[in-house]
Design a protein around this ligand. Structure first.
Ligand code: GLA
Length: 394
């Protein structure tokens, strides 16, 4: 197992990125910002159903160094993507590829944020792309925070952060084209170290719940199981439509507000009823998980995580064979709980393991995944810990 280590501290990372920016443009950046990826501990597919979610920020981030300028063009470079980006401000919504995340943010903020001019952005990230850890939200939120800070917007308050989350969500749903909810961006911008966030996605009220597994004899592990991206975008949109149809048939403004009896009694096609069962039972599990965390009952949290996975596997039907194999192997090797995190159809699993079982769980997961088609090579099981949200670092 490799531990997720910060490659460098914030100051030296910011310095290295600023130097790369200067080598590229000939000028220093106006600043450097960082935004983390996230894991959702439990509460899946509830954020567009008016329910509660329980995400935390991970100890991996996207970093941006940037400078505004008078040319009407967005230029960007990345340490991860070879192709540079150059998008005229008049064509922001037509952007494709990795630059669409940046273009979407600039479009959603409005080019008055940059005084009508463009911007140069140098990007670095150690959040694995396409792995279900919100690499996109990390990049979008770092960029949104940077541009808003430079424009003098109030980004320090919770309200300012919620507004930025809505900007980043609009960038993703409009320009990138994924009809997502508000969870990832809110987690990335409002997270606190050593806490998970119990977020009411209807009111955007957030309760920070202590999440310090190592003090209770547990560790959190993440593993990328491989993720067919186009597949997941289509599946996500279909599930969202099914949930909205079920809510309309039951007569609630959001499906998470329905009761179990309401779901069973409504006139719904069987597959839509199954999706609704997941949503309503997941909402109850998420509240119980919050309660378990408040009392430090990690074994209860683990059982709820596994129940959440089974609900996705059998009712929401958004899991994969590789993901199910990871969950089964984790539990067989002594994990307290395991589940898929994020939108589904692969991506990352989150595993809660007693510290003494970490080596066995890691070996079990590696064996299970190595045999699974489409799994990443090499398989990497990483320990992660709840970390701070987005911030200016240079
Ligand atoms: C993706 C979306 C989120 C949320 C999850 C499922 O991560 O970006 O808004 O809907 O899927 O819980």
């Amino acid at each position: 197992m490799s531990r997720v280590v910060e490659v460098q501290d914030d100051a030296s990372h910011a310095g290295a990125l600023a130097a790369a920016f200067r080598a590229w443009t000939g000028s220093p950046p106006e600043g450097v910002w960082r935004a983390p990826g996230r894991v959702n501990l439990i509460g899946e597919h509830l954020d567009y159903n008016g329910g509660h979610v329980l995400p935390f920020a991970i100890d991996r981030s996207a970093w941006v160094a940037l400078r505004r300028h008078a040319d009407p063009v967005l230029r960007a470079r990345s340490r991860q993507y070879r192709d540079p980006v150059a998008i005229p401000l008049s064509e922001l919504t037509a952007a494709r590829g990795w630059g669409a995340h940046l273009a979407g943010v600039l479009w959603a903020l409005g080019t008055e944020t940059t005084g009508g001019g463009g911007v140069d952005i140098f990007v670095d990230s150690d959040v694995p792309p396409g792995g279900g850890l919100s690499s996109s939200a990390a990049l979008e939120c770092a960029t949104a925070l940077a541009l808003a800070d430079l424009a003098g917007a109030p980004t320090g308050s919770a309200d300012g952060r919620r507004w930025l989350a809505s900007v980043a969500q609009r960038a993703e749903s409009t320009v990138v084209g994924a009809p997502i909810g508000i969870m990832d961006q809110t987690a990335v911008l409002l997270a606190q170290a050593d806490h998970a966030m119990y977020l009411d996605t209807r009111t955007l009220e957030a309760e920070q719940v202590p999440l310090r597994p190592s003090e209770h004899g547990y560790r959190l592990l993440v593993v990328d199981t491989g993720s067919p991206h186009a597949h997941s975008t289509n599946g996500y949109a279909q599930r969202r439509r099914a949930c909205e149809a079920a809510a309309a048939a039951i007569g609630v403004p959001g499906l998470a507000l329905a009761s179990r009896a309401g779901v069973e009694g409504a006139d719904l096609p069987e597959d839509v009823r199954m999706r609704a069962r997941h949503v309503v039972s997941e909402e109850a599990r998420t509240r119980r998980a919050r309660d378990a965390l408040r009392r430090g009952r990690y074994e209860v949290l683990g059982r709820l995580m596994t129940a959440s996975h089974r609900s996705m596997q059998h009712d929401f039907e958004n899991s994969t064979a590789a993901m199910d194999a990871v969950v089964d192997a984790s539990l067989a090797a002594g994990a307290a709980g395991a589940r898929m995190t994020g939108g589904g159809w692969g991506g990352a699993a989150i595993i809660l393991a007693p510290t003494a079982a970490v080596a066995a769980v890691t070996a079990g997961v590696e064996d299970a995944l190595q045999a699974a088609p489409g799994a990443p090579d090499p398989v990497r099981v990483l320990e992660t810990r709840p970390s701070a949200g987005a911030e200016r670092v240079g």
